[in-house]
Each structure stands twice: as C-alpha cells, then as structure tokens.
Design a protein around this ligand. Structure first.
Ligand code: FEO
Length: 168
C-alpha cells in the first residue's frame, strides 16, 4: 500500500475513533441531564463511528498495510445546552467529511482506485450523517430556550433524525 495513503487511512481511523469517544461523552452528558432520547441517539452514534473505524482497520489489514491503533485526546465532557451539543455534533461531522474528501483527493493523485472505491461508502455515509446533524440543529434553533420544546425534541429525536436521513 502506498505509504501516503496508508498514513491517511490511519489518520482516518483516529478521526473515527475520536468521533466515537466524543459521541460517547455526549451520550453520557445527556444521560446525566435526563435527556434519555438524546442519550440513546448519541450512544448509537458512538457505536456507528466505532464501526466506521473497524471497517477501516480491517481494510488496511486486508491490503497488507500497517494499522496504528491511535492514542486519543480526552473528549469534551460538558456542554452548555442541547444547542451546543448539536452544534459540536455537526462541526464534528463536517470535519470528518473534509478529511474523507482529502483522502479521496489523494487517492486520485496516487492513482489508488481501489482505496478510492472503498472510500465511496464513507462519502455516502457522511452525506446522511451531516443531513441528520443539520436537521436536528435546525429544529433546536426553532425551539430556542423553550423547555417543553426540549422535552418533545428529546422524545421525538429518532423520528426527526430518520426524516432528515431519508428525505422524501
Ligand atoms: Fe464516521 Fe460520521 O464519521
């Protein structure tokens, strides 16, 4: 495997792992605050990011590359509001998308069409995840500081997320 591409895939393993831990910290914060729906949403997001990481680990190994299981910084654990929680969620997904675009750009530069093809799955996944994050944040911006709105958001988060993931 080309060493530049191998390094980029290892970087991507770290980004996915960091996102997984960040979302776990967000789930735990929401759990403490009594937002059970939001907590379940982020517990699941954390698992999904871990799955994204494992998929990369397996792929690099299949291609006889060397995987480096990364050391991670401690994720942020406290948030000022639900709005801030979802702002960070969207920011994190946008960063991951940028990184994936960078990997794809480098695959084309190095004519590594195999990795390029593999990364297409991530492109599709990111489109969906960004749409979900943006949709949830839009709803929270409409709700503002309204406590009963937050109650309903927490109750209905999966329905709102699904509607943004699969727009009609
Ligand atoms: Fe796997 Fe949403 O980044």
């Amino acid at each position: 495997m080309n060493t530049t591409i191998e390094k980029l895939l290892n970087d991507q393993i770290k980004f996915e792992a960091s996102a997984s831990m960040q979302y776990l910290a967000m789930a735990s914060w929401a759990d403490q605050k009594g937002y059970n729906g939001v907590a379940e949403f982020f517990y699941l997001q954390s698992e999904e990011e871990r799955a994204h990481m494992i998929k990369l680990v397996k792929f690099v190994n299949e291609r006889s590359g060397i995987v480096i299981v990364p050391q991670l910084d401690e994720p942020r654990a406290t948030f000022n509001s639900l709005n801030e929680l979802f702002e960070i969620f969207l920011e994190s997904e946008m960063n991951v998308t940028q990184q994936i675009n960078h990997v794809i750009y480098e695959c084309l530069q190095h004519k590594d069409y195999n990795v390029h093809n593999f990364m297409q799955w991530y492109v599709t996944e990111q489109l969906e995840e960004e749409a979900v994050a943006r949709g949830l944040l839009d709803k929270l911006n409409i709700i503002g500081d309204d406590k009963s709105g937050h109650y309903l958001f927490d109750r209905d988060i999966n329905t709102i997320a699904a509607a943004n993931a699969n727009p009609e």
